[in-house]
Write a protein that binds this ligand. Sequence first.
Ligand code: HEC
Length: 97
Amino acid sequence: MNIKKRFGPALLFSCLAMSAYGGESSIQLATGAQTALVQLRCSTCHSLDYIVMNSSFLARAAWDAEVRKMMKVMGAPIPENDVAPIVDYLTQQYGTK
Ligand code: HEC
């Protein structure tokens, strides 16, 4: 059996994966369909690390409440149409599973 042939692609892939996850010190949201939307709506008043800091503590209902609090209490100008996609993204990337 040719070991190089079997493990070559796997090694290459793990190197690529590592470089993709490097540089985590600067706040970079996880890439998803709604990343740009969340960046647009949620980074005007505070840094996006507010989201990351709260990650994995909040389930969907709690993220929904969080976004609505930003709108109602903090006055974030977020159209109702954007709420569901934003909450979906936050739950998927930063919610409790
Ligand atoms: C209009 C300004 C504004 C916008 C836009 C905004 N926020 Fe905030 N957000 C705030 C303020 C002010 C605080 C700090 C509240 C505090 O210190 O208690 C905050 C705090 C937070 C916190 C920390 C927990 C908390 O409730 O204090 C999270 C999480 C958060 N924001 C998420 C978001 C998300 C997600 C979005 C986009 C949907 C967003 N914010 C958009 C003003 C905003």
